[in-house]
Design a protein around this ligand. Sequence first.
Ligand code: PBG
Length: 323
Amino acid sequence: MLRRPRRNRKTVAIRSMVEETILRPSDFVAPFFVLPGEKKKEAIISLPGVDRLSIDHILKEAEKLHRQGVPAIALFPVLDPSEKDPQGSGALREDGVIPQSVRKLKQEIPSLCVIADIALDPFTSHGHDGIVDAQGYVLNDATIDILTQMAHLFAASGIDFVAPSDMMDGRVAAIRRKLDTHQFHDVGILSYTAKYASSLYAPFRDAVGSKLQFGDKKTYQLNPANSREALLETTLDTEEGADILMVKPALFYLDILAKMRAHSHLPIAAYHVSGEYAMVMAAHEKGYLDAPQVFYEAFLSIKRAGADLIFTYALPHILPQLS
Ligand code: PBG
């Protein structure tokens, strides 16, 4: 036989010489669920190993991750239900949990990149990502107006990237214009470009308490049956001024990720979401799968498909394997 591909798989040394995809700590972003107050820690039943934390705990954990080479964290607020209303007005409070946390993080760990979502769902009593009309339809332009103010508030608190995550039309351009008007030229936009209406967000909604009170998110998030729509969103977000694009969820959408990679010159992030994490952990707890091994393979495949960055809850399982 002339061709024997197994020669290149013979030893650890040879395999490492021809390895195409290498995971490094700087490929990852760690999400945190932020509780108001201090010294608070609550387990999230559907996300084993992940806690809702007050900012004093997050400062310690983020410091540790950053020391291990993780460049960035993403913050998601957890509000008491009594603080929520149909307009999501908590999103614009200067003393809100995100602006306060960003200020503390940038003060204590200035070199850490801090990202926060721009969307109303953690703040609305109905759990939708925007202002809703009498028929329950999420209003695009009225919502964008609040999103731009939210982005301005977060920028003034010192955020590095705002991450519009609600799939409203025109939000990236509106946010870019608002940030530039207020001289925040250096605050980036990491846009959730292809965010699918997925069943895999359920544990996240438990974590932030944003379970939908009616309807679903199919009038704004993408249809899992479609891929051309993701490329349209890629073109629009690029024209509107996004700095980084995102695909979400990750593993069921690797085809989308690969297509976006081929269509865009921008960095692309993939969000390995709560349901993707929870499935592996549930199987691990039953002894069916080994979580660290499954996560390693999952992240290799996400990076191989074209992601530059991976948002994941699984960093404690993956970091020990990277050094
Ligand atoms: C909010 C948002 C969601 C997630 C990130 N930002 C949930 C949703 O759209 O309902 C999900 C992340 C995860 O499941 O880990 N717009």
